[in-house]
Structures are given as structure tokens and as C-alpha cells.
Ligand binder design. Structure first.
Ligand code: PLP
Length: 355
């Protein structure tokens, strides 16, 4: 047997595989741990041209997403989920061991994960107590930063970044570095998108995905919206045919006019369900605080998240414990499900035994 540890890159040897929501074991009936849409798509597809590499289909998808965002298709790249977009940007812009990315914990883990894989340094600026960006420290530690990753609205807090702070960051970073705004949940608070700022700030990059509001986590489709020069650089490193024909055809179908109406209705229903969930959770003695959320999930601060998490699991409800994360002691993130799932969840909350 070869000694594999002699062959593997040193920084990879040290890594621990990322614990995505699905990898965490659990037996569940109600899945509220990955911020997926609870609405299953009821459509059967028939695919053709499977013998050909998907080139034309890719361009058609860019046109569809261009119609949806009102951004030229020349400023769009489609990626294998927005996770790949996060990776491609670091690959393209950060010199290993020399350059840094800047992140604002508690936030989405994958920025850090990809930086670690690529041996790129991570500058972490802790969020303020109100989950806003610490502008003073951002400015103080910006040196060597090539990419700033802002998640808006943020996962796992559900918070929106103050608009005037985004403007201030964009002004401050002009000619210094790129600012990536991850809008994975923007459909749940659409008027807060910053796409309109792209014409004013060349160094603004926006990430989008079909995995959340669109209810297509399974097809792995995300987007980079950026200045054409950034797009041209990403084109140098992305795989020749990054998305499969099934993915491309399904994505285009769900970006069609009729389906955008369906999307709107699903978002409205989730908002209603979220309101009911918050109302009922507020009544529980062991809930300390529910943070305001602009997304399809809520962050709840309990007296003891450990007790609540394991009690919910007993009733086969899978949520995401955030207890181990900085600033989020005793917090659990709960995705909003269907009306039925929310009512079931509320009833379970009423009967679980909390000391
Ligand atoms: C879920 C999520 C993503 C990843 O989405 P994919 O397109 O499925 O890779 C990216 N960013 C944030 C903040 C997310 O919550």
C-alpha cells in the first residue's frame, strides 16, 4: 500500500471534511436544517442532445438569467452551484500563502473552506453584536485582502447588512480589492439586491443560486454577476462545460415567466409560515430571543440549544445547531417548511420536555 500521506498536499492533510447539513447524521421526517425549499417540483423532464457537449444550452441559460436579473448575459457566468463560484473567485484572484480573503463570522462556512483548500489566508472580522459589519476593523485589516465575502442577507443569522454600510465598503475598497456579495437568499427580500450598484462599482461581484427560493438545490446551479473583465478571468479557469444538459434545461424551464409566478407564490407562502412560526415560538418559556430574519430560516436563541436540538431529533425534526459557532451560543437555525410542517413543528415544540 502506498503511503498516501506522503503524497497529499500538506494543507489538505490538515483539513477536516466540511460537515454539510446532510452529512450530519440523523433520522428525520421534517428536514429543516439546510434552508432548502420545502416545495417539491412536480415536473417530469425529457432530455435530448445528451450525446453532445452542452454549449448552446449554456448560452441559452445565461440569456434566461439575464432576462430575470436585467443584467447583460455578458456579465453572467453559470456555475456548479454558487459554491463553485466561491471557489473559482479565490482560485483566480488569490496567490496561495500570500493573499487573503476577508470574511465576517458568523457567516456561511464555504468561504473559509475553499480558502483553506487553496492555501489562502483568511482574515476574520467578527460581526458586531447586532450582526452588522465592523467597518472600523474592516478598514484596519484590509491589507493583502483580494476578496471580501459579504453574505447578504447573512446565513446563519438571517440579517441584512445596512445598505449605507455596503456603499461605504464599496467606496472604501475601490482600487484595493474585489467585493463579493453572496445573495443566496435575496429572493426573500428582493428589494435589497445590489445589482443596481454594479454599473457604479466595477469591483462589485454578486453571487446567486437556484438552490434556495427556486427550490432546485438538487440540480446544482449558481451564478456570478460581475464586470466583464472579471467574467473573462473566470472563463480562463472554469471547466469547459461546467453544467450538464439536464441541469441547464431544468434551470431554464424554472426561469420561464410562468414559473416565476409560481416562485413568487412560494415565497409569499413561506413568509406567512415564518410569521406563524415566530408568533408561536415567542410564547415558549425556553425561547430567549428570535432574531429578525429576511430569509427562509430563523435563528432562535434558547436557554439550552443542546436540549432543544436533541428533543426535536427525537421527534424526527432535523434542525441546525449553531451552538459551536462564534457569537451563536445556544442558537439553532430552523428553515421554514410548508404550512403543515410548521404546524407539526409548533405542536412538537409544545410537548418536548425542557428542564
Ligand atoms: C446555500 C448557500 C450557498 C450555496 O448554494 P449552492 O448554489 O447550492 O452551492 C451559497 N451561499 C450561501 C450563503 C448559502 O446559504
Amino acid at each position: 500500500m502506498i503511503d498516501i500521506h506522503k503524497l497529499v498536499r500538506k494543507n489538505i492533510k490538515k483539513l477536516i471534511p466540511y460537515q454539510s447539513a446532510r452529512r450530519i447524521k440523523g433520522n428525520g421526517d421534517i428536514w429543516l436544517n439546510a434552508n432548502e425549499s420545502p416545495f417539491e417540483q412536480q415536473k417530469n423532464f425529457f432530455f435530448n442532445n445528451l450525446n453532445r457537449y452542452p454549449d448552446k444550452e449554456y448560452k441559452l441559460l445565461l440569456k434566461s438569467y439575464s432576462n430575470y436579473t436585467k443584467i447583460s448575459y455578458k456579465n453572467i457566468i453559470a456555475t456548479r452551484g454558487s459554491d463553485e463560484a466561491i471557489e473559482l473567485l479565490i482560485k483566480a484572484f488569490c496567490e496561495p500563502k500570500k493573499d487573503s480573503i476577508m470574511i465576517f463570522p458568523p457567516t456561511y462556512d464555504m468561504y473559509q473552506v475553499y480558502a483553506n483548500i487553496l492555501n489562502v489566508k483568511v482574515i476574520s472580522i467578527l460581526q458586531l453584536k447586532n450582526f452588522q459589519i465592523d467597518l472600523k476593523n474592516l478598514k484596519k485589516f484590509i491589507k493583502n485582502t483580494k476578496l471580501i465575502y459579504l453574505c447578504n442577507p447573512n446565513n446563519p443569522t438571517g440579517t441584512l447588512i445596512n445598505h449605507k454600510d455596503i456603499i461605504e465598503i464599496l467606496k472604501f475598497t475601490k482600487n484595493k480589492c474585489l467585493v463579493v456579495i453572496d445573495e443566496a437568499y435575496i429572493e426573500f427580500c428582493f428589494k435589497n439586491t445590489v445589482v443596481d450598484l454594479m454599473c457604479k462599482f466595477d469591483h462589485l461581484i454578486i453571487l446567486r443560486t437556484l438552490s434556495k427560493a427556486f427550490g432546485l438545490a438538487s440540480i446544482r446551479c449558481g451564478f456570478i454577476l460581475a464586470h466583464i473583465e472579471v467574467i473573462n478571468i473566470i472563463k480562463k479557469i472554469i471547466a469547459p462545460y461546467p453544467l450538464s444538459t439536464p441541469t441547464l434545461q431544468i434551470a431554464r424551464f424554472f426561469l420561464s415567466k410562468n414559473n416565476l409566478i409560481l416562485l413568487k407564490n412560494n415565497i409569499l407562502e413561506l413568509k406567512k409560515n415564518k410569521k406563524i412560526l415566530i408568533q408561536e415560538l415567542k410564547k415558549l418559556f425556553y425561547v430567549k430571543k428570535i432574531f429578525s430574519s429576511s430569509t427562509n430560516f430563523i435563528l432562535v436563541f434558547f436557554h439550552s440549544s443542546k436540549q432543544v436540538f436533541s428533543q426535536l431529533l427525537k421527534y424526527k425534526v432535523v434542525t441546525r445547531d449553531q451552538n459551536f459557532k462564534i457569537l451563536l451560543q445556544n442558537c439553532i437555525r430552523i428553515s421554514v417548511g410548508t404550512y403543515k410542517e410548521c404546524i407539526n413543528l409548533i405542536n412538537i415544540f409544545k410537548i418536548i420536555k425542557i428542564k
